[in-house]
Design a protein around this ligand. Structure first.
Ligand code: UN1
Length: 493
């Protein structure tokens, strides 16, 4: 299996004796080490990316697209192997691990096609015999800081739009999932990307991440992770006026109105709340339910949560795998205590570590948990837990549901389940999030649409879709005056 390695200027390097230990969350067993790289390796990787930039940025974009198309085909052939690696390094269940890889394949096919578009605008001038247009230009070396929860998909979301626009990249993957990043980059390498165009440097955020963010030759930073890290990275980028995209936390709400099909609603909630063991920034962590169906929904949801099959992610039929590391369990347990003791919410399902046997006894599992009778300002309804925990809140009507929904610092994904078209349309406009789902839960973004949040979730940029291309290209505005004389804008009419 592919191991976590650095990839600098086309050369793979394994961890030394001081490598960062990596574990299988399903068993707690140590599975390898990631290089503990830092400033020296970042310097080398950025130098390689900078040296590769002129030739790569001058390669016609359709040709760049052809290489990325080939990378998509290679990933397709290696899909199962990459999926297994995802489960092994971060624990998610088989279908989702394969979905993670599929998201990268989708992104590669989509972005390959964009190589033949990369559209600018043409527009009339206010003056005769003059035309105006915009061109897209690459920016330079991009530093990409990627999380463990989508260890193949998110490196692809960030690197592929950057590459099609003609940039070169240095990826700093999470310490947990360096093998997934390496396997993904192996596919790009095998597709024929020139050396130096894509590089990987492993290591901690404090060392490798910090050196990448502060490097003067890195012009663009895109980071997905915690709010705390996002703020720090933002400050450091501000100093050098770098282009910056941050994608941070969420506290996503699903509204269920009285007329909803409750069996469907429960399915959608279970998938949103417990998919990836609740470790998605889009996870449905607040369920906002109209009074008429509240009791029935709580009962069905609790039953559904208890019926989830917990186990090794690669085992068929399991729908909730482990969480990523022991400190994640500790954080979830702190919130269970807060929910019960400080907040006074009612625990109706889960709330503890399950009894696991055999080799899974050493793994990091937590039961799918439902809190009922949660009020909007409780900490468990405001703070991101990043585990299989959801909080059910009772409301009287749609207006109150929207108000509660919008009453957190975050704004990533929101959802409403109702048969009432007018209520859906009203929610579509009123939910203060970057992504809205009508008649579904809060997860399931597709690669050709913009992904990202408002308020404390982000800084106004989006990734994926054309929005991703906007972020990784600089617009150049071109005026062409063929009148043969001097025509002054705003003056000669
Ligand atoms: C994330 O949790 O960081 O829509 C990304 C979804 C996935 C991506 C989530 N396609 O839930």
């Amino acid at each position: 299996m592919t191991t976590a390695r650095d990839f600098i200027n086309g050369i793979w390097t394994e961890a030394g004796d001081d490598g960062i230990e990596m574990f299988d969350p399903a068993t707690g067993e140590m599975i390898g080490t990631a290089p503990r790289s830092g400033k020296a390796e970042i310097d080398a990787a950025v130098a390689a990316a900078k040296a590769a930039f002129p030739a790569w940025s001058e390669t016609p974009a359709p040709k760049r697209g052809e290489l990325l198309f080939r990378a998509a085909q290679i990933m397709e052939r290696r899909k199962e192997e990459l999926g297994r690696l995802v489960t092994r390094e971060m624990g998610k269940v088989k279908d989702e691990a394969l979905g993670d890889v599929q998201e990268a394949i989708d992104m590669a096919y989509y972005i390959a096609g964009e190589g033949r578009r990369l559209y600018g605008h043409t527009t009339p001038s206010e003056l005769p015999n003059k035309i105006c247009m915009t061109l897209r230009e690459p920016i330079g070396v991009c530093g990409l800081i990627t999380p463990w929860n989508f260890p193949v998909a998110i490196p692809s979301w960030k690197s592929l739009p950057a590459l099609i626009c003609g940039n070169t990249v240095v990826i700093k993957p999470s310490e947990e999932t360096g093998g997934c990043a390496a396997a993904y980059v192996e596919c790009l390498e095998a597709a024929g990307l020139p050396k130096g165009v894509v590089n990987i440097v492993n290591g901690t955020g404090e060392e490798a991440g910090d050196a990448l963010v502060k490097h003067p030759d890195v012009h663009v930073i895109s980071m997905t992770g915690s709010n705390e890290t996002g703020r720090l990275v933002s400050k450091n980028c501000a100093e050098a006026l770098k282009h910056l995209h941050v994608e941070l936390g969420g506290k996503n709400g699903i509204i269920v109105l009285d007329d909803a099909d409750l069996d469907f609603a429960v399915q959608a909630i279970l998938w949103s709340a417990y998919g990836t063991s609740g470790q998605r920034c889009t996870a449905g962590s607040r369920i906002i339910v109209q009074a008429g169906v509240y009791d029935e929904l709580v009962e069905k949801l609790a039953a559904g949560a208890k019926a989830q099959k917990i186990g090794h992610g690669w085992e068929d039929g399991v729908n909730v795998g482990p969480v990523v590391r022991p400190s994640a369990i500790e954080k979830i347990e702190r919130y269970i205590k807060i929910g019960v003791e400080e907040d006074g919410a009612r625990l109706v399902a889960g709330g503890k570590r399950p009894e696991m046997t055999g080799e899974l006894a050493g793994g990091w599992y937590f039961e799918p948990t439902v809190f009922a009778d949660v009020t909007p300002n409780m900490r468990i309804a405001q703070e991101e837990i990043f585990g299989p925990v959801t909080a059910v809140i009772k409301v009287q009507d749609l207006d109150e549901a929207i108000q509660v929904h919008n009453g957190t610092p975050y704004g990533l994904s929101g959802a409403i389940i109702t048969k009432d078209l007018a209520a859906s349309m009203k929610a579509m406009r009123a939910l203060k999030t970057g992504i809205v789902y009508l008649h579904n839960g809060t997860i399931g973004a597709e690669v050709h649409l913009p992904f990202g949040g408002i308020k404390a979730t982000g800084n106004g940029h989006r990734e994926a879709g054309i929005a991703g291309i906007d972020f990784y290209s600089e617009l150049k505005t071109v005026y062409i005056d063929y009148s043969g004389g001097l025509q002054r804008a705003q003056i000669d009419t």
